[in-house]
Design a protein around this ligand. Structure first.
Ligand SMILES: *Cc1c(COP(=O)(O)O)cnc(C)c1O
Length: 381
């Protein structure tokens, strides 16, 4: 029996390969490889898609976070509130600009920042809140924006896993002050390499991010007004992303249909808790992540959980699954070598020991999905 991968990008290429090839060849023959019509066209189309006035393409989702933080002059002495249950880049870039990430625990149902805990984590140094729409499920942005307004804080949305997701019928990345996107190949809108973008409705912030992504200069001259970086999106990637953006809504609907089917097939299965879509939000299912329950563990024991045994057995059945993320950020070596013991975040720690992401990509067939569910049920008894 063939193996079922966690995602399969070659299937997508079989469908849109001709269009991608034509777009790539057009860039190659244009002779314009940095900037130019392909990049500007993509920026315009992506801004229209997210419904912001501005989009600045850059080299990765990581750089998008860096540019967002720098554009707000967040740096040494500042604190940014964020989640410990995310990919490292979220907190890493807060540290990279010289600020301190202040972790706040997550909600058990959505794996997203627990908004009940955010205000208690604020100090006079807090400058911004950096929520992550994890696995493609949106944070309650109505409530978060109200909190931010009350305390005069900026909101930088990490939308890396949530392109096209909505809160109260508005796209994520258009609600906070800045939205940060990744076009890493396995994201819902993936390039054939690295890529990223920031979105905003604030022209001054946009101008500053454009300047910072290009060595701290404006419009390509040799006058530098800030220490910037080289973080441009390649014209080749921009051309590929223009093609793929036209399919994004279809792919997101296919992911939704697959998620609905998983929900239906897994509803009465013991020892698991399927994911829940937040009321008021529309997710885009970058991952279908459930919890494997039934066994206790602590922060130290997350390495050998019941979940890991289930995962190994699935693997032996030819079904790939993934663990995002096995160690919360507040327990990572880079955030634990201070003098004091780390502040604990029990919901995130528990999630790290229980989460399991099942195969999820638009081309996953019902037959493959049936096999995943059949194997999982078999492993859980
Ligand atoms: C992928 C990802 C990033 C980083 O994006 P890159 O393009 O890989 O640099 C940041 N945050 C989250 C939540 C991500 O999933």
């Amino acid at each position: 029996m063939s193996k079922i991968p966690p995602f399969d990008l070659s299937e997508q290429y079989k469908i849109i390969g001709d269009e991608v090839n034509a777009a790539v060849l057009a860039v190659l023959s244009s002779g314009r490889y940095i900037g130019g019509a392909a990049v500007e066209g993509f920026e315009q189309q992506f801004a229209d898609y997210i419904s912001t006035s501005e989009c600045i393409a850059c080299n990765s989702g990581t750089d998008a976070l860096y540019l967002a933080l720098r554009s707000l002059n967040i740096g040494a002495g500042d604190e940014v509130i964020t989640t410990p249950f995310t990919f490292i880049a979220t907190a890493e870039m807060i540290s990279a600009v010289g600020a301190t990430p202040v972790f706040v625990d997550i909600e058990a149902q959505t794996f997203n920042l627990d908004l009940d805990l955010v205000e208690a984590a604020m100090t006079e140094r807090t400058r911004a809140i950096l929520p992550v729409h994890l696995f493609g499920q949106p944070v309650d942005m109505t409530r978060l924006m109200a909190i931010a307004q009350r305390h005069n804080l900026a909101i930088i949305e990490d939308c890396a896993q949530a392109v096209g997701a909505e809160w109260a019928a508005q796209k994520v990345g258009s609600i906070g002050h800045i939205g940060c996107f990744s076009f890493y190949p396995t994201k819902n809108l993936g390039a054939c390499g690295d890529g990223g973008a920031v979105t905003t409705n604030d022209p001054a912030i946009a101008a500053r991010m454009r300047m910072l992504r290009d060595h701290g200069r404006r419009a390509g001259g040799y006058y530098h007004e800030a220490i910037g970086v080289n973080s441009r999106l390649d014209a080749l990637q921009a051309a590929i992303l223009q093609v793929k953006l036209r399919y994004l809504d279809t792919w997101n609907q296919q992911r939704r249909a697959i998620a609905d089917r998983y929900q239906h097939l897994l509803q009465h299965v013991p020892n698991i808790a399927p994911p829940q879509e937040p009321v008021g939000g529309k997710g885009v299912w970058n991952q279908y992540t459930l919890r494997v329950l039934g066994h206790t563990h602590s922060a130290e024991q997350t390495k050998s959980s019941y979940r890991d045994a289930v995962r190994q057995q699935l693997q032996a059945d030819g079904v790939s699954s993934m663990v995002y993320y096995p160690l919360p950020l507040h327990l990572q070596p880079i955030y634990t070598d201070q003098a004091q013991p780390p502040k604990l975040h029990p919901i995130a720690e528990r999630a790290a020991g229980e989460v399991l992401s099942l195969p999820m990509f638009p081309e996953l067939s019902p037959e493959e999905q049936d096999r995943v569910v059949y194997s999982l049920k078999d492993c859980l008894v």
